[in-house]
Design a protein around this ligand. Sequence first.
Ligand code: C2E
Ligand code: MG
Ligand code: MG
Ligand code: MG
Length: 278
Amino acid sequence: VAKHAGRNRFSYFTPDIRDSASARLRAIDQLRQALARRELRVYYQPIVELASEAIVKAEALVRWHHPDGSLVLPQHFIGIAEETGLIGEIDAWVLAQAVPCAARLGELTGAPFQISVNKSPVGFTRRVIGHGWEEDLALFNSAGARIAVEITEGMLLDDSPGVRDKLARLQKAGVQFTIDDFGIGYSSMAYLNKFKVDFLKIDQSFVKDMHTTNPRGQIFAETIIMMAHKLGLKVIAEGVETASQRDWLRQAGCDYAQGFLFSPATTEERFAQLLQAG
Ligand code: C2E
Ligand code: MG
Ligand code: MG
Ligand code: MG
């Protein structure tokens, strides 16, 4: 979506303006109000099983329907939300939308449906007033395997007993974990060794490079898939935009794919239509 999203540009959140203290305060204030006024929306992007090309899961991605009529993408406000701690509230809110949505989609298909939510490391390790882990945990407990949590390796930088304990409790509640953007961090492998996850998401950059004349993307993807399978994990490829990427990933044994080739993130209503169209 980001590419052809001219109207998604939002001047308050461009990096140069972010440096100005007053513009920053204004941005923070607007984001607070966005939460209070319910201007945030959760969009859902299909995750397909490569073998069948059926939609089997979704990723919840937050958007901001700004009162000026623009649709603001997360890249313009997640950073500020993380710096101010508002991200805890945003992530908790997204989760609270995703849990009943997964139940509704499950009813539609007659089988359990899983939605994955992104969890900022900031919200994970620091208690944010009013929206701590206890509340999240209560939601997760009722949702069980309907929810997967996408973490980047930043999350596990904090390898404290407190964080580990929270993760263990969530796993006991049936929540599954995905390492997002796998392969671009400094210590992705070390994390895999430290913490038991269920899915690896191959970073988009490898998928993008897959069919260039210097196909390092293929080598990375192949290696990640092989390693994941040996560890008993499933692999999701992100940013799949072309049929040749899809076909290559399928023959390489990748389990799931997500990308504009199938669908961008969309409203629950539209997602339900896609799901029912088969
Ligand atoms: P992510 O979790 O890695 O999400 C994947 C991003 O790739 C999404 O961007 C998605 O729209 C985009 N994408 C999907 N398919 C394609 C494709 O085929 N080509 C290209 N070029 N892009 C594709 P989005 O929605 O703008 O989100 C950007 C990032 O913002 C996410 O990256 C995630 O890190 C963060 N984010 C989004 N929603 C939330 C949230 O609720 N909480 C937190 N903490 N972070 C979020
Ligand atoms: Mg993600
Ligand atoms: Mg990703
Ligand atoms: Mg990302």
